[in-house]
Design a binder for this molecule. Sequence first.
Ligand SMILES: *Cc1c(COP(=O)(O)O)cnc(C)c1O
Length: 361
Amino acid sequence: MTSYNFSAGPGVLPSSVIQQIRKDLEQEENSHYSILEISHRSAKFEQIIAHAEKRLRELMAIPADYAVLFIQGGGSLQFEMLPLNLANQKKKIAVLDSGNFANKAAKAAEAVGKSVEIVGSSKADKYRFLPELPGDFQAEQYDYLHITTNNTIEGSTYHQDNLPQTTGHLVADMSSNILAEPYDVTKFSAIFAGAQKNLGPAGVTVAIIKKDWLAEQKITGVGPMMRYQSYIDKDSMYNTPPVFSIYALSLVLDWVSDQGGVAQMYQNNQKKAEKLYQYLDESDFYQVPVQGADRSLTNVVFTTGDADLDRKISQQADQEGIHNLAGHRSVGGFRASLYNAQPMAAVDTLIAFLERAKQEN
Ligand SMILES: *Cc1c(COP(=O)(O)O)cnc(C)c1O
């Protein structure tokens, strides 16, 4: 039975990448020189990490005045590193509270001693739409504005043409839609993304930081592991980096490039998401809480409106090879994650299943 994985993260990887990893490991099994066993100072790994950086720069058109860093600790560590490194003038950041992860970022910034202002929130409406930046937003009062481009749990996205317009620094958590759709990097002063949603396995996080901005900062009381400058100075090898995760990431980046880059991913993702949303909208059984232009391409969130029935259908899906369809434990319902590596066949199989489940229930 073909099975499909709709997990929100760690998520599905391209089959060819899994095959390549297996081949590389088998070939090097007896030499004890596989990627799992080599030094991060080896020429082989140095070539891999340099290649990963080059590929990401190409795919996102990242200008030379931005650093591209590979860091451990996930998106959650970035919630702390960002304010520690980049909120040192006003010591105050603005957050658009578009979902759970924006909320966590706000709490983390407060925990490291910065003040946080929620300048827009759709929490009271269960995050069914994106909060907008108020017209009288005073960018100069804050070090930066933090947004979450894709709200993984709620299924909403600030797409490129819908980004909040600020005259100040804009910082984006792109964990769950980096490389899924195009963004103009120059609109942001910092971007970060944990790899495990759309870039590779867990263990590495990409941070893209505008170097001039970092250079202006007077950072005190922050150790070297939490400073972006340490990673810049040592080419992301201030300490031992996650060697395997970076190797797998480089294979995924090559795959995206071979497929035709972000433009092609975007086209594929639009087709997949449109097909699924169209089915859900036309059914009189499933509802999508997020409407219109705010809808995510990578995380499609829906429900029957009956929590017990949702749970039952998710369990049934699992038995039929449609895995990890249940929504996040905080919201319930369903969530179909359609990351870059998710094939159209997965969407077709899912729709056929949902239609059967509708008939049977
Ligand atoms: C998953 C996720 C995070 C948290 O990432 P960790 O790597 O688990 O710390 C942060 N932001 C977004 C948008 C996410 O999807």
